[in-house]
Design a protein around this ligand. Structure first.
Ligand code: SAM
Length: 281
């Protein structure tokens, strides 16, 4: 199974191996944007970012009604931060993490080792072909990774297949604002190279309306579609500061992150949490 090019993970894994503690505190557990309830008073320090990343996880999990779940599948599980955060808080919860990249799974297994093998497992797999039995989990999460998948439709079909009737799938995604897509398209040649060089190729073209059409096609009910862009904006300052910890990769990382920040702050690229329910019948 070949992993798509995601240079930011090559950078993170090599720097984390060099035990950069500031980087480990910021992106060593969760590799996603933060959520600040009060973005104007955001703590952008490493500790503040870690707290905001944990808050983002909890919001997405809440959209999947995690409090009612006994089993959760975390697709594109990164370093295991989502499962670690949820299983530590909810002792009756069991989880499986899926990732296409075996190196990340090894770090995830280490991070979650204290939870024990009867509560958590990590399996290499593709988000569009889940190695999971039909109707076997209560909740599916895909935190900030669906844009890397070959097809959102295939992922949602798979999520529906593995969910028990009545179960929920929740995701977060970078979602373009429909009416300004032509402006975003005009800007692509300016930012594409810088962003792909660090974050790899991703499909950030799925609007909120298109998600509704996908859900209808798959047979999932939309239960949440929330724009939380403003709450994520301090992420970009935190990432800019962090670039000084990335050695020779710092300038490219700063440039790619600055472009993502411009697109978000101008309102062209929104950050949304979406959740869907598999109907009971
Ligand atoms: C931005 S990271 C998010 C990681 C994690 N969800 C988190 O929030 O900390 C994107 C993740 O998607 C994973 N990924 C990319 N393509 C994938 C695929 N086809 N199947 C499963 N995971 C994939 C990457 O390896 C990476 O862990």
């Amino acid at each position: 199974m070949s992993s798509p090019a995601m240079p930011y993970f090559d950078i993170l894994l090599s720097r984390l191996a060099a035990t950069d503690s500031e980087l480990a505190r910021t992106l060593g557990r969760h590799v996603h944007w933060g959520y600040w309830a009060d973005p104007l008073r955001a703590d952008r320090s490493a500790a503040g970012y870690a707290q905001a990343a944990e808050a983002m996880t909890l919001r997405i999990a809440q959209a999947a009604q995690i409090a009612q779940a006994r089993t959760v599948l975390d697709v594109g599980c990164g370093f295991g931060g989502t499962l670690s955060c949820l299983l530590e808080r909810q002792p009756s919860l069991r989880g499986v993490g899926i990732n296409i990249d075996a190196r990340q799974l090894r770090r995830a297994a280490g991070l979650c080792a204290q939870l024990g093998p009867d509560r958590v497992a990590f399996v290499q797999g593709d988000g569009c072909r889940l190695p999971i039995a039909d109707a076997s989990v209560d909740a599916v999460l895909a935190v900030e990774c669906i844009f890397h998948f070959a097809s959102r439709l295939r992922f949602l079909l798979e999520a529906k297949r593995v969910l028990r009737p009545g179960g929920y799938v929740a995701i977060s995604d970078f979602v373009p604002f429909g009416p300004t897509i032509p402006v975003l398209a005009l800007l692509v040649p300016f930012f594409e190279r810088a962003v792909v060089q660090v974050y790899g190729r991703g499909n950030m073209g799925c609007t909120s309306l298109f998600y509704r059409l996908l859900a209808r096609q798959v047979g999932l009910r939309v239960v949440c579609d929330e724009d939380i862009t403003d709450n994520t904006l301090p992420t970009y300052d935190a990432l800019a500061r962090l670039s000084s910890h990335l050695g020779e990769h710092g300038p490219a990382f700063a440039c790619a992150s600055a472009w993502m920040g411009r697109l978000a702050k101008s309102g062209l690229l929104r950050y949304r949490i979406l959740a869907f329910q598999r109907p009971n019948s």
